[in-house]
Unconditional design. Sequence first.
Length: 130
Amino acid sequence: MTGDTLGTSLLPESLMLPAVGFGIFGLIVIETGRKRRARYLGAQETVHLRVEMTESSRRLFVLSAVSAFAGAGVVRFLVGEAVGIPLLTGIVGGTLIGLFIVDTRYIDLFVLDRGLIVVPNRRFGVIVLP
């Protein structure tokens, strides 16, 4: 790629919607698999220790804002649009609203024979560490 990429899309217009749909479908499949694996390990193995933690609000804000900016930046880059102040303001404002409306700071940790299960008290984000 040479030259200025702003104003030109990396994907043709006819492939943009299927690519976004395929990406969303892939994320759903990955998250479903992670939850099933965590549920399977939790049912099959002995839980040696359960710890309830509270995540730092500042850390959660930074992680949420950075992930939102990365996702929006990739989509903007693929579409060929610039990342500007309105997008940054929207990401920061949306992240703040989301953190104040939905309290997702509580995390449960389960220590098993074969690893650690991290379960945030929100819909997504179950992690199994070997």
